[in-house]
Design a binder for this molecule. Structure first.
Ligand code: AHR
Length: 654
C-alpha cells in the first residue's frame, strides 16, 4: 500500500469515528430490572402550570378577540380608536363591577358618523369563511331606533359586515354573526353609527365560533389542543406572581373571576409593568378566563386542578421586608383570605345546596370538580409566610381533612430562604412543597441527582416552576435536552417528587414579557418548542411504577454523559426507558433486560438536534421534533446506539 492510500484510509476511518460515531471504548452496559417494581408514579407527576403572562389568557387561551371590551383599562380607550363624538361615561352602567361604557353621539351635520375601531391583541385574526360571533350591550338615549354597522376590516377593506338596531332605552344584548371573505392575522373591527342619535355601548365582544369543544365565549381550540396533547396530570393556575399582586388590591381574587363574564371586574395584569424594557401598557385581565373555566379546562385535560391563592402577602419582591408593610395583611386580619380558600373548596366540591356550590351549578357544572389540592402562596419567604400559612392549614384541615395543601419554599432552588422555607414546611407538615428554579442548563444536568437524598418521610415535592435558561434566553435544544436529563431524576425519585410543571407555559410572539416559554403562538399559529416535546414525551409515557435502571450498580446520572430512568406501565404492560445523551458523540450501549421483559421489539421515539442552538420557529416549526423508529431485542439485550445530543423513549412490551 503506498503512502497516499494509507493516508486516504486513515481519513475514511477518521470520518467514521468522528462526531456522531461511537467508539468501542464508549460501550456502556445499562441494566434494567422490570421485576423490581418500585415507587408508584403519581398521576399528577407531569402537569402544566398556567399563568396569565405573555398574553397567555387575554390575547391567548381566552379566545376573545377584542381588547378592552368593557372600557375598563386605566386609560379607558386603550385598544380603541374612537371617531366622531365618543365619550366614556359611568353613570347608570350596565355592569356595576365594570361601570365604564362608551357613549356615541351622531347629531350634528359636520360629522360623517361616530364610532369605534378595535385593534385586538396585536391585531384581530380572522379566517376566510369561518364564523365569528359579535355581541355588544347597547342602550338608546333617544326615541328613534339607531342602526349600527359592524365591520371586519382587512387592510382598509371591509371583509364582513352586519347591521344591528339599537332600539331599547334599557341595556340590551345585541348579536350578529360575521363571516369574513378574507383571512387576516392582524385585522380590526369597526363599529359605526349608520343613523343619527345617541347610543351607549358596553362589553363589545367578538369570538370565533370555532373554540375548544365549540363552547360559546370559550378557549382557543389550537392552544387547548396543544395542552391536551401533553397529557398533563396536573393543572396549576392562575399563577405565579399574579396570585400575589404587586399590591394586595391587585392580587388575583377568585371570587371576582366567577359569575357572568360581563361583571367580572377588570384587573391590571402585573406583567403590564414588571419589566422596564418590555412594558405592556395594554395588559389587563378581563377574568373572562376565570376559576370556573380553569376547573372546566382541568376536567377537559384529565388533569387534577391545583388552584393557588394569596396567603395575604402581596409580592415580596415588590414590597419591603417590614412585616408592617401595608401590602402584607396582618395575621389577625387574615380571616377573609382564609374564607376565600374555604369558599373555593366549596365552589369546586360543595353540594349544589351550598352558597358556592350553587353558583358552580348555575354556571353549568352541578357535579363537583373533585378538587384535591390547594396552593397557599406563591414564592413566599421568611417568617411572614409560615405564620400566615399555619392559619390556613388549621382552618382548611379542620373542615376538609383530605385536602392536600401545597406550601412554598420561596423563589430559589437553594440558599437561606430555601432552607428556612423547607424547615418551616416540615414543621407545618404541609403535604407538598412547591420549588421554583430558572437556572442554566448545567444546573439541570447536575440536578439529575437533586432529589436522590431528599427526606423520604417529609412533605412531597412539587417542582412547580422550572425551566433551563440559556444565556440566549431562547427555547433552544440545549435547554430542552438538559430538562430531559433532569427529569430522569424526577422520575427515579417518584417516591418524593409528586408533581412537576415547566414555566411559563404560553407566550404570544408579538406580546411576550418573559422567555423561554413552553408554547409560542401568534393570532393563528402555534409553535411547539423542543422543551414542549420533552414534556410531551414524559407526559405521554409516565408509567405507573419506577424500576431500577443502573450502570455498574448505580443510577445513570451523567456517567459518560448519559442519563436514564425506567418505569413500567401496569396498564399497558410495558417497560418504558428514558435515556439522554448530552455529548456530541454517539454512545453505544447494551441495555440488558431482566427475564420479566418478553418483548422482542422496542418502539423508540427520539428527539435530537445536531446543533444545540436549534429552535423551532414560525418559519421552521419542525426543526426539532420527535422521530419514531424500532429496534430488535435478542437474548434479553437491546443494542442501542444513543445518538449524540438526543433524548429517547424506548417502549418494550413485557
Ligand atoms: O413563571 C414566571 C414567574 O416566575 C412566576 O409568575 C413566578 O412565580 C416566578 O417568579
Amino acid at each position: 500500500m503506498n503512502k497516499f492510500k494509507i493516508l486516504s484510509l486513515c481519513a475514511a476511518v477518521c470520518v467514521l469515528c468522528g462526531e456522531g460515531k461511537a467508539s468501542a471504548q464508549d460501550k456502556t452496559t445499562i441494566n434494567v430490572d422490570a421485576s423490581q417494581v418500585g415507587a408508584p408514579i403519581q398521576s399528577t407527576m407531569y402537569g402544566v402550570f398556567f399563568e396569565d403572562i405573555n398574553f397567555g389568557a387575554d390575547g391567548g387561551l381566552y379566545a376573545e378577540l377584542i381588547k378592552n371590551r368593557s372600557f375598563e383599562f386605566k386609560n379607558h380607550l386603550v385598544g380603541w380608536l374612537p371617531f366622531g363624538d365618543v365619550e366614556i361615561r359611568k353613570d347608570k352602567p350596565a355592569f356595576d363591577q365594570n361601570p365604564h361604557y362608551a357613549r356615541l353621539t351622531f347629531k350634528t351635520r359636520n360629522l360623517t358618523s361616530s364610532g369605534l375601531e378595535n385593534e385586538g391583541f396585536r391585531g384581530i385574526g380572522f379566517k376566510q369563511g369561518e364564523k365569528y360571533k359579535f355581541s355588544m350591550y347597547a342602550r338608546n338615549q333617544e326615541k328613534e331606533p339607531v342602526k349600527v354597522k359592524i365591520e371586519l376590516i382587512s387592510s382598509d377593506n371591509v371583509v364582513a359586515s352586519a347591521e344591528l338596531v339599537v332600539e331599547s332605552n334599557k341595556w340590551t344584548k345585541l348579536s350578529a354573526d360575521l363571516v369574513p371573505r378574507r383571512t387576516d392575522k392582524k385585522g380590526k373591527i369597526r363599529i359605526t353609527m349608520a343613523g343619527r342619535g345617541v347610543i351607549d355601548l358596553d362589553h363589545i365582544s367578538l369570538f370565533p365560533e370555532n373554540t375548544w369543544k365549540g363552547r360559546e365565549g370559550g378557549l382557543r381550540a389550537d392552544l387547548v389542543q396543544a395542552l391536551y396533547d401533553l397529557n398533563p396530570g396536573l393543572f396549576r393556575f392562575p399563577g405565579g406572581c399574579i396570585v400575589e399582586g404587586t399590591t394586595l388590591d391587585t392580587r388575583y381574587e377568585w371570587k371576582k373571576s366567577v359569575g357572568p363574564v360581563e361583571n367580572r371586574p377588570t384587573n391590571i395584569n402585573r406583567w403590564n409593568y414588571t419589566f422596564n424594557q418590555i412594558r405592556a401598557y395594554d395588559y389587563f385581565q378581563s377574568l373572562g378566563l376565570g376559576f370556573y373555566e380553569y376547573f372546566l379546562l382541568s376536567e377537559d385535560l384529565g388533569a387534577e386542578p391545583l388552584p393557588v391563592l394569596s396567603c395575604g402577602l402581596a409580592c415580596q419582591y415588590e414590597n419591603s421586608n417590614d412585616p408592617h408593610d401595608k401590602e402584607y395583611c396582618p395575621v389577625e386580619h387574615l380571616q377573609p383570605f382564609i374564607d376565600d380558600a374555604l369558599d373555593l373548596i366549596e365552589f369546586a366540591n360543595g353540594a349544589v345546596t351550598t352558597k358556592w356550590g350553587k353558583l358552580r351549578a348555575e354556571m353549568g357544572h352541578p357535579e363537583p370538580f373533585n378538587m384535591k389540592y390547594i396552593g397557599i402562596g406563591n414564592e413566599q419567604w421568611g417568617e411572614l409566610y409560615p405564620e400566615r400559612l399555619e392559619k390556613f392549614i388549621v382552618a382548611i384541615k379542620a373542615k376538609y381533612p383530605d385536602m392536600q395543601i401545597v406550601g412554598s419554599s420561596g423563589p430559589s432552588a437553594a440558599g437561606e430562604r430555601f432552607d428556612y422555607g423547607w424547615e418551616q414546611m416540615n414543621r407545618l407538615n404541609v403535604d407538598l412543597v412547591d420549588e421554583h428554579y430558572y437556572e442554566p442548563p448545567t444546573f439541570f444536568y447536575n440536578g439529575a441527582t437533586r432529589y436522590d437524598n431528599y427526606d423520604r418521610n417529609g412533605p412531597k415535592v412539587f417542582a412547580g416552576e422550572y425551566a433551563a435558561h440559556h444565556s440566549s434566553k431562547t427555547n433552544n435544544f440545549d435547554t430542552a435536552l438538559s430538562e430531559a436529563a433532569f427529569m430522569t431524576g424526577l422520575e427515579r425519585n417518584a417516591d418524593v417528587v409528586y408533581m412537576a410543571t415547566y414555566a411559563p407555559l404560553f407566550a404570544h410572539l408579538d406580546a411576550w414579557q418573559w422567555r423561554p416559554d413552553l408554547i409560542w403562538f401568534d393570532n393563528f399559529e402555534v409553535v411547539l418548542t423542543p422543551n414542549y416535546y420533552v414534556q410531551q414525551l414524559y407526559g405521554q409515557n409516565p408509567g405507573t411504577n419506577v424500576v431500577p435502571l443502573t450502570v455498574d450498580g448505580s443510577p445513570l446520572t451523567g456517567q459518560n454523559n448519559l442519563y436514564g430512568s425506567a418505569v413500567i406501565d401496569k396498564n399497558t404492560n410495558e417497560l418504558i426507558i428514558k435515556v439522554v445523551n448530552s455529548s456530541n458523540q454517539d454512545r453505544n450501549t447494551t441495555i440488558k433486560l431482566d427475564s420479566s421483559v418478553k418483548g422482542e421489539n422496542a418502539q423508540v421515539t427520539t428527539l435530537r438536534a445536531a446543533d444545540l442552538s436549534m429552535e423551532n420557529s414560525l418559519e421552521n416549526p419542525k426543526n426539532v421534533v420527535p422521530v419514531n423508529s424500532t429496534a430488535k431485542i435478542s437474548n434479553g439485550e437491546l443494542n442501542f446506539n444513543v445518538r449524540s445530543q438526543s433524548f429517547s423513549v424506548i417502549k418494550i412490551k413485557m
